[in-house]
Write a protein that binds this ligand. Structure first.
Ligand SMILES: [Zn+2]
Length: 114
């Protein structure tokens, strides 16, 4: 190898290293975007899961309400007691405290199921 060939090889290698370095930069950008998107999707997934669980819980509550509505006698006594203890038993506010006021919905509900 003469001096000129060595110089050409070094310069060629320099050029290839430059190109690799550029590719590395592109890959880093790409990876950054992927990580960002992954994070965003993970958050969205987490959020949607919570929403889903909330919906399932409230569906269950609705079913329980319906079941309670359909049971006369003991179910009625329990609800009447719950109302006496100061809680709503109407579909509108079920389970929340009445704050010492009579609730028209609750009273209608009680009379309807007596
Ligand atoms: Zn009520």
């Amino acid at each position: 190898m003469n001096r000129r060939e060595v110089f050409e090889q070094v310069s060629d290698m320099e050029k290839r290293i430059g190109e690799l370095y550029e590719q590395l930069g592109d890959l880093k950008d790409h990876l950054g975007n992927l990580l960002e998107e992954n994070h965003r999707l993970a958050m969205e997934n987490h959020h949607l899961r919570n929403r889903l669980e909330e919906n399932e819980t409230s569906d269950e509550e609705k079913r329980n309400d319906q079941a309670t509505n359909e049971i006369p006698g003991e179910g009625y006594d329990n609800l009447a007691r719950l109302y006496e203890e100061g809680f709503h038993i109407c579909n509108v506010h079920f389970g929340s405290p009445r704050q010492d006021e009579d609730c028209l919905f609750c009273l209608l509900f009680l009379n309807k199921n007596k």
